[in-house]
Design a binder for this molecule. Structure first.
Ligand SMILES: O=P(O)(O)OC[C@H]1O[C@](O)(COP(=O)(O)O)[C@@H](O)[C@@H]1O
Length: 341
């Protein structure tokens, strides 16, 4: 393992003013997104949609440091035969790959999930590296509810995250470690804070036990935030203050960067929260976005599966990428949010 090179890539993934485009929706998730805009989830439509994003030059070259791909996409070619991964490289962004294989019910723990995909992972990583992937992603899902999460669910998911991270580093690939505490439910921000703290502490304990080099990874956490159905929604300032307090308590400064998931926040909320956190600096790590929905909801709507809407879709994507790029430096203002298309 060349740790200097892993650290160089991890640092580039969280470069100031840039963040990660999470375009790695699994087949089930992208179908849901396409259903919402009335588009059939065919291989060709998925290709056309993602090609539209990767060819958005302004966004890709100025605000996007890396792109997380799904297995199908990393092997796909653009309409003109150029591999999609080449479009990403040509824009100056780093290609990455989702390597988990989704979740399964966790035995003896009703309602809880464990992420799978460790079998044959070493072989798969080798192929992805040869294809050009320089980082990977694995997402653990922790739900908050009555009596959950159990310590069992937190432990097995942390163990799997660390197993994955160690395999990545051995394959010269930077692992994005994503323990997502879901924002579904009516819990308040303090319960999210407490559960996320337990999850992060256990995750870093496992990473240490399994000898993962913290200098060669990126953390992708949720923010400390109110549950979607909580009657009392925390303000932007409270989310920023509690998230930074929590991360400072749980994430060692050796970690080069933290890139948040959006988790179902509205586009503008996700941007405003990141921006407010940067007002609380200086911070010991790079802090940016790795958004799926909060970067793509607007372009998906603008595109709606029609070739004549590609330019509008790219404008919508560029706008969100720019807003989040500014937020990643604490330079965003709500007045910059005019309609892109
Ligand atoms: O399709 P999956 O595996 O359920 O993943 C869902 C998405 O969750 C993410 O980890 C975060 O996305 P959001 O920002 O939309 O929450 C993405 O990288 C991924 O595409």
């Amino acid at each position: 393992m060349n740790l200097t090179e892993l650290n160089r890539i991890a640092t580039a993934m969280v470069a100031p003013g840039k963040g990660i485009l999470a375009a790695d929706e699994s087949s089930g998730t992208i179908k849901k997104r396409f259903d919402a805009i009335g588009v059939d989830s065919t291989e060709e439509n998925r290709r056309d949609y993602r090609e539209m994003l990767f060819r958005a030059k302004d966004a890709m070259s100025q605000y996007i440091s890396g792109v997380i791909l799904y297995d199908e996409t990393i092997w796909q070619d653009a309409k003109d035969g150029t591999p999609l991964i080449k479009l990403i490289e040509q824009s100056g962004a780093i290609p990455g790959i989702k390597v988990d294989e989704g979740t399964q019910a966790l035995p003896m723990c009703p309602g809880e999930l464990v992420t799978i995909g460790l079998d044959k992972l070493a072989e798969r990583l080798k192929k992805y590296y040869e294809r050009g992937a320089r980082f990977a992603k694995w997402r653990a899902v922790i739900d908050i509810g009555s009596g959950i999460p159990s310590m069992t669910a937190i432990s097995v998911n942390a163990h799997a995250l660390a197993r994955y991270a160690a395999l990545c580093q051995a394959a010269q690939i930077v692992p994005i470690v994503e323990p997502e505490v879901l924002m579904d439910g009516d819990h308040d921000i303090d319960r999210c804070y407490e559960v996320t703290g337990r999850v992060l502490n256990k995750t870093f304990q496992e990473l240490r036990v399994q000898r993962v080099a913290l200098e060669g990874m990126v953390l992708k956490p949720n923010m400390a935030i109110s549950g979607k159905k909580c009657a009392k929604q925390a303000s932007v300032e409270e989310v920023a203050e509690k998230t930074i307090r929590l991360l400072k308590a749980c994430v060692p400064a050796a970690v080069p960067g933290i890139a948040f998931l959006s988790g179902g926040q509205s586009d503008e909320e996700a941007t405003a929260h990141l921006n407010a956190m940067h007002k609380l600096g200086p911070l010991p790590w790079g802090l940016t976005f790795s958004y799926g929905r909060a970067l793509q909801a607007a372009p998906q709507k603008a595109w709606s599966g029609k070739a004549e809407n590609v330019a509008a879709g790219q404008r919508a994507f560029s706008h969100r990428a720019r807003m989040n790029g500014l937020a990643a430096k604490g330079e965003w203002q709500s007045s910059l949010e005019q309609k892109a298309a």
